[in-house]
Ligand binder design. Structure first.
Ligand code: GDP
Ligand code: IMO
Ligand code: MG
Length: 422
């Protein structure tokens, strides 16, 4: 399979978990390289649904190694809950999980600050997952963060945590929030450190060794292109590089070792949280929500929904270097008579064929649509390209062509079997 970076080409929740699970069959190692437990990646195996937040989705395939890379921010308590949840579901997590020593920690003051900042922003809030992601990456950039290697060293952890809690308690008090008790946090996180210690290692050296021995590595992107801290709809973004470059910096695997980039996108668009979404459409949202679909895997919030936006996905192809596209949730459009696809934006008399950087301008963009006749047939039983209705095939070809990359996978349902390879 060679080394493959998989990224979300839209606003997250594109179905990356499902496609990772499918691709893991021919990989040896799956690596998460950015984000934290703000991510929620759903994999359906048989009738069992798994939702992964920090642990790579590859963990569900026995014999595969999984790495949480240096670019990830780890909430140790969240990670332990996830480990326990998987074990309860009879998933083996032992010698197959490796956690980077240099991954930064999400600590209780990060979660509290995330919440307080959102409250202060009022109607201008970002709509974060409140997992403390922004403040944790903020500390990393400010060089005041604590890392896994600190967590597993009791003396150093005690000293650093004491300083950080002291400073952050002043900030929390200014927000009118309750300060944290050092003793309580220290005891809880020390215990977490002991549990996680066996997994912690130098993952950069490990990935280099594995790569030289011929391992195929799959890089599991979290979030999506337009949530990228540099290339997304700032400030309505997450705090990491969700685009392909993040896979290199977040793992220590060099760019020249990457062989291909797969972009995952839904056959329509969704977004959870605030910020512009030009093709947002209430009818599509009502239809999908009525089917019980498009509720957040991490927070349960209903996702905002809209038509496919090819201006956005073309931009995603550019910034990620997407070679191949996996289109998911085709079946979500089975009952739609006329399907719209955004092929450009208009602001007043001006036409835009790219995503404007000015967030206010992006908020004013009115989509220019092309229309496609719906296939009005169920697709969830299709297993081969030729099983799909001709109109569904034309639609898929059109959105891939507009996005500027080659269509290689179409997904017609959440399970492994509901996957069509081209
Ligand atoms: P991720 O964050 O990109 O991994 O995506 P999520 O798991 O948050 O959300 C995608 C949702 O779509 C999950 O509920 C998946 O089980 C589901 N899903 C993925 N592909 C398909 C598909 O082709 N059809 C249907 N019906 N559901 C899908
Ligand atoms: P996966 O990996 C969809 C969104 C939040 C919010 C913004 C900032 O499942 O695709 P944060 O908590 O990161 O500071 O929130 O980013 N967001 C996601 N949206 N899928 C995700 O992950 C997301 N992770 C964060 O809703 O708008
Ligand atoms: Mg998700």
């Amino acid at each position: 399979m060679a080394n493959t970076i998989l990224v979300g080409a839209q606003w997250g929740d594109e179905g990356k978990g499902k496609i990772i699970d499918v691709l893991t069959e021919s990989a040896d190692i799956v690596v998460r390289t950015q984000g934290g437990n703000n991510a929620g990646h759903t994999v359906l195996i048989g009738k069992t649904k798994y939702v992964l937040h920090l642990i790579p989705s590859g963990i569900l395939r026995p014999g595969k190694k999984c790495v949480i890379g240096n670019g990830v921010v780890i909430d140790p308590i969240g990670l332990i809950e996830e480990l326990d949840g998987l074990r309860k579901m009879k998933v083996k997590v032992n010698g197959n999980l490796f956690i980077s020593e240099t991954a930064h920690l999400v600590l209780p003051y990060h979660r509290e600050l995330d919440e307080q900042r959102e409250i202060l922003k009022g109607k201008h809030k970002i709509g974060t997952t409140k997992r403390g992601i922004g403040p944790a990456y903020g500390d990393k950039a400010a060089r005041t963060g604590l890392r896994m290697i600190d967590l597993i060293n009791p003396e150093r952890f005690e000293r650093l945590l004491k300083m950080r809690i002291k400073e952050n308690n002043e900030v929390l008090k200014a927000f009118g929030a309750k300060p944290l008790s050092f003793n309580r946090v220290f005891a809880e996180y020390r215990a977490a450190g002991d549990r996680l210690k066996p997994f912690v290692t130098n993952t950069v050296v490990m990935l280099d060794r594995e790569g030289r021995n011929g391992a195929n590595i799959l890089f599991e992107g979290a979030q999506g292109t337009f949530l990228d801290i540099d290339h997304g709809t700032y400030p309505f973004v997450t705090s990491s590089n969700t685009t392909a470059g993040g896979a290199c910096t977040g793992s220590g695997v060099a760019p020249h070792r990457m062989d291909r980039v797969v972009g995952v996108m839904k056959a329509y668009t969704t977004r959870v949280g605030e910020g512009p979404l030009p093709t947002e459409n209430a009818e599509i949202a009502d239809m999908l929500h009525a089917m019980g679909r498009e509720f957040g895997a991490t927070t349960g919030r209903p996702r905002r929904c809209g038509w496919f936006d090819s201006v956005a996905t073309r931009h995603a192809t550019m910034v990620n270097g997407i070679d191949e596209l996996a289109v998911t949730n085709l079946d979500g459009l089975d009952t739609v008579e006329t399907i719209k696809v955004c092929i450009g934006y208009r602001i007043g008399m001006n036409r835009y064929d790219y995503v404007p950087n000015d967030i206010e301008a992006f908020g004013k963009c009115v989509p220019i649509y092309a229309e496609f006749p719906g296939w009005l047939r169920e697709t969830h039983n299709a297993r081969r390209w030729k099983d799909l209705p001709a109109r569904a095939r034309s639609y898929l070809k059109a959105i891939a062509e507009l996005s500027g990359a080659k269509l290689t996978i179409a997904s017609v349902g959440p399970s492994r079997e509901q996957t069509i390879f081209l």
